[in-house]
Write a protein of this length. Structure first.
Lengths: 377, 531
């Protein structure tokens, strides 16, 4: 009778699981497993993952099978009488040695993959420096004089209250990293504040970016495409909002992209030489503020009491412009306030200083030109 | 809890001190049973407190988008949930079991250091009040994860972090005092004839756990002290700008943190090793190999810490070493599981509630152990690290492992403690309700982790929506099941079928063979004879 009851319970569980499986089969995009990825390393990782997984399945089946057998047949209600054995050196040696052999079988391919994964230096074609910043990524193409910051796309920020139907929600950035296929890219990881981790599953790369350290890793992307990832190390409030997008293209497209990035940089430098109007500075300042400052200081400048100071009525903002510019350029040691001189250009800093002094409930009235920032650097 | 005991004690008033009356009994008690009860109630309170934060987490993750809480508050919830469950629920629950059981298992009249015992308990409510109070302060509760990596927890943390540091110090002091007490009791107060190799495995696992505690809690204290001086006294232990090393923080933390994992699971092994033989009506298979396996797990636990750090950029030789050492731990752990299964083999099993929880433990702890083996393979850990796959892994080990063993221990020994049988039907409902919901809760987290969902994020992209919703539903059901457990606990304390002294047909050990149910307030005032 108990057996009947048990089998009924078992049936309930099986039908439940079956309905879950069919549900996931109906939505193929809901992935169940690790991606195979598009680099030699990610494919090796996938192979190892599946190998160890199936070993675990077999071990699990044996252990649970033996358990189920005794639960079914060695139960008192079936009249089972307890045996009295409680030791067997032979058996114990076997189940120590056999697992050891299995582990050696796992360790050999794992060692090979690990040695391969750690070999970032040999024959690298391109070096990309990746800097983690609360809460965005800065990419510097070391040999190319190209550098930019990549942060969460506005299309995701706009819909956090209801992201239904927003494709690539939280996995879209304003400026993706562009890399050529079939080239060995060496990544150098670094952080300007707390510890972040740069992770793109399809590339098989996850490496911490740590202040004071330079870590490396590598990838040779074998297929053009857009590959998405996220920060994987808790890095503060907006840890969940600093995605990574890698756009893998052919060598020709990559070269073309480099040229356009350099032209963009030249145009930006030229605009720093101009005199800017209050209206233009405020408009640009708002964009810069919302992208770089609002995460801590709040979209309306209210800050987070006890954690991040308010902009509205701040003595630094209301005080001398030189002090205001200084804290944005150089940050404040011992606090979460970052140095922005490496992240923002003269126009952006001039715009955001002007914006903070004349918006967010403040009205100092003065206007800061890009030339003032250039002089303060 | 003691209405019956008080009644019994009244009979023997001439030569026995019963418990004092009223609240002061609990404040001033030096009785191991009272202190055990206090620890267990604290642990239950913290389980519900930590659990309510888990409910907030699962509520926010129920669907994509930010609906209920701000990201900063979400981080406070994940951090406090971890801290409260580890230091407030699991560890005190095992100390509570140790207090209740070690003296009556080894035939001692009480713990060796009863006044220190009182103190080590009463520090804890203050520590957790201090920790919890930060939630209501400017800057909020700790929001840097229960692992509090520098520099997020130093330079970038709010002022309330100092309260956290102080609370952790208090918890550490409490744990070390508790551990000293356990060691002093086991080594000095065993009844004549109770040789080390005759001790129940629960006593053995606690003896080893206590050494782990004494070894690593001071390391944790060192870590938080360095944080404190970095924050206020101009040192730069973890500040790269001052020549310090943020990675050193992680080495120090995990040198504490990995043995800590075994602090939370070794006593569970002891509990399961008591329950399985009782209901299989067959002696534990391989007692001495169980003792040796526990000791080797404990020693290995000091040598594998950096497997939590495979992505920090260690030299390749370091990664290889930590990978080999880590996967090696699965050998003694496997021995334990094989021994339990062999104990059941050709037994004469019945399936009362404690046995159900113990069987649930073996199955689901093994699942957690196997995913641990996967995580130990360093090159693939690149993909698993800091994802929901890890979250699923350690919840299988800590919830369906450690917590399940604690609940199993409750059902197994509560008739002994109170003299009342729990309601068998309610206990079984509690088991099935919890076991189905906990798998609905944590199993899908393997999938979202493998598919690329990082842990500790308040919001996620749409591809993870379905499994997160399923997981949340399981979470709410599992949370509710523990409220139901609270009802069962209170009902059992207040009354129930009178338990026999032996309680279970197959039970062995001094507490079942030589003490009535419930035991007198002072038991074994004369040492029993151990065959």
């Amino acid at each position: 009778m108990i057996f009947n009851k048990l089998s009924r319970r078992f049936l309930v569980i099986v039908t439940g699981l079956a309905s879950m499986v069919s549900m996931s089969a109906a939505h193929a995009e809901y992935a169940l497993n690790m991606t195979k990825g598009v680099t030699p390393i990610s494919q090796q990782q996938y192979g190892l993952h599946m190998l160890v997984f199936w070993i675990c399945v077999v071990i699990g089946a044996l252990v649970f099978g033996a358990m189920a057998w005794s639960i079914i047949y060695h139960r008192k209600s079936k009249g089972a009488v307890a045996a009295n054995f409680h030791e067997s050196t032979t058996v114990e040696i076997i189940w120590t040695v056999v697992p050891l052999l299995i582990l050696i079988g796992i360790a050999i391919p794992a060692t090979a993959t690990l040695l391969d994964l750690e070999d970032a230096k040999t024959d690298a074609d391109i070096t990309l420096q990746v800097t983690g910043i609360q809460w965005k990524w800065k990419y510097t193409y070391v040999d190319e004089d190209v550098s930019f910051i990549s942060s969460l796309a506005q299309s995701s920020r706009d819909v956090v209250n209801d992201p239904t139907g927003n494709e690539n929600y939280l996995l879209e950035v304003d400026e993706p990293v562009v890399l050529p296929i079939n080239k060995k890219v060496r990544f150098l990881f670094h952080s300007s504040d707390v510890i972040h981790a740069w992770w793109v599953p399809a590339l098989g790369v996850k490496q911490d970016s740590i202040p004071g350290f330079i870590n490396d890793s590598w990838a040779t992307i074998e297929k053009p495409g857009i590959y998405r990832g996220q920060c994987a190390e808790l890095c503060g409030k907006d840890h969940g909002f600093m995605p990574i997008v890698v756009n893998a293209v052919t060598e020709a497209e990559y070269q073309q992209w480099l040229v356009s990035k350099k032209e963009e940089a030249a145009a930006a430098a030229a605009s720093a030489e101009q005199e800017w109007s209050m209206k233009d500075l405020l408009a640009r300042g708002e964009t810069v503020y919302q992208a770089n400052c609002s995460a801590c200081h709040g979209p309306t400048g209210a800050g987070i009491p006890g954690a991040f100071p308010a902009m509205t009525g701040s003595p630094i903002v209301l005080g001398d412009a030189a002090g205001h510019i200084d804290i944005i350029l150089n940050g404040k040691a011992g606090t979460a306030m970052a140095a922005f001189k490496g992240q923002l250009n003269d126009v952006d800093i001039a715009a955001v200083v002007t914006y903070e002094r004349n918006a967010l409930g403040n009205s100092v009235g003065d206007l800061v030109q890009p030339s003032a920032i250039k002089n303060a650097r | 809890m003691y209405t019956d005991t008080a009644h019994d004690a009244a009979h023997g008033e001439h030569h026995d001190h019963g418990p004092a009356k009223g609240l002061m009994r609990w404040v001033t008690t030096t009785n191991h049973k009272d202190i055990g009860t206090l620890y267990l109630w604290l642990a239950f309170t913290m389980l519900l407190y930590g659990g309510s934060m888990a409910m907030i987490i699962r509520l926010e993750l129920f669907q994509p988008g930010l609906q209920w809480v701000e990201p900063h508050f979400f981080n406070q919830m994940t951090t406090m949930h971890g801290l409260v469950m580890v230091f407030g629920a699991i560890m005190p629950a095992f100390v509570g079991l140790a207090n209740w059981l070690i003296p009556i298992m080894i035939g001692a009249p009480d713990m060796a250091l009863p006044r220190m015992n009182n103190w080590s308990f009463w520090i804890l409510p203050f520590a957790f009040t201090i920790l919890a109070s930060t939630t209501f302060m400017e800057g909020g509760a700790p929001a840097f994860g229960w692992t509090f990596y520098a520099p997020l927890s130093t330079t970038f943390a709010p002022d309330t972090t100092d309260f956290f540091i102080f609370a952790v110090h208090l918890m550490g002091i409490s744990s070390v005092m508790g551990a000293i007490n356990v060691i002093a009791t086991i080594l000095n107060m065993r009844a004549p004839g109770m040789t080390l190799m005759k001790m129940p495995l629960f006593v053995w696992t606690w003896l080893i756990t206590a050494y782990l505690l004494i070894a690593v809690m001071p390391v944790l204290a060192g870590a938080v002290t360095m944080m404190l001086t970095d924050r206020h006294f101009g040192t730069s232990f973890f500040d790269a700008a001052g020549g310090g090393d943020p990675v050193m923080f992680q080495h120090i933390f995990w040198f504490f943190g990995h043995p800590e994992v075994y602090i939370m699971i070794l006593p569970a092994f002891g509990v399961i090793s008591a329950i399985i033989p009782t209901f299989a009506r067959k002696p534990l298979f391989g007692y001495s190999s169980m003792v040796y396996a526990t000791a080797s797990i404990a020693i290995l636990s000091f040598m594998v810490w950096a497997h939590h750090m495979f992505t920090v950029g260690m030299p390749v030789a370091g990664e290889l070493y930590f990978m080999y050492a880590t996967i090696l731990i699965s050998v003694p752990t496997g021995v334990k599981v094989f021994n339990w299964v062999t104990t059941m083999w050709k037994g004469s099993m019945t399936f009362e509630t404690p046995m159900l929880w113990a069987l649930g433990f073996i199955v689901m702890f093994t699942i957690g152990g196997l995913s641990g083996l996967m995580l130990g393979v360093a090159p693939v850990d690149t993909q698993y690290h800091d994802t929901y796959f890890v979250v699923a892994h350690f919840h299988y080990v800590l919830v369906t492992g450690a917590l399940y063993s604690i609940i199993a221990a409750f059902y197994y020994w509560v008739p002994k403690w109170t003299g009342h049988m729990y309601d068998e039907k309610l206990g079984k409902i509690h088991f099935w309700w919890s076991t189905i919901s906990v798998n609905v809760l944590f199993f899908p987290q393997h999938f979202v982790g493998l598919a690329g969902m990082p842990r500790r994020i308040p919001d996620y992209s749409l591809q993870f929506a379905e499994f997160n919703m399923i997981s949340s539903i399981g979470g709410f059901a599992f949370g509710l099941a523990q409220i139901f457990f609270l009802y069962i606990v209170i009902k059992t304390i207040r009354g129930g079928v009178k338990a026999t002294d032996r309680v279970w047909e197959g039970a062995t050990g001094l507490e079942f063979e030589q003490l009535p149910s419930p035991p007198p307030y002072h038991s074994f005032t004369e040492a029993p004879t151990v065959k």
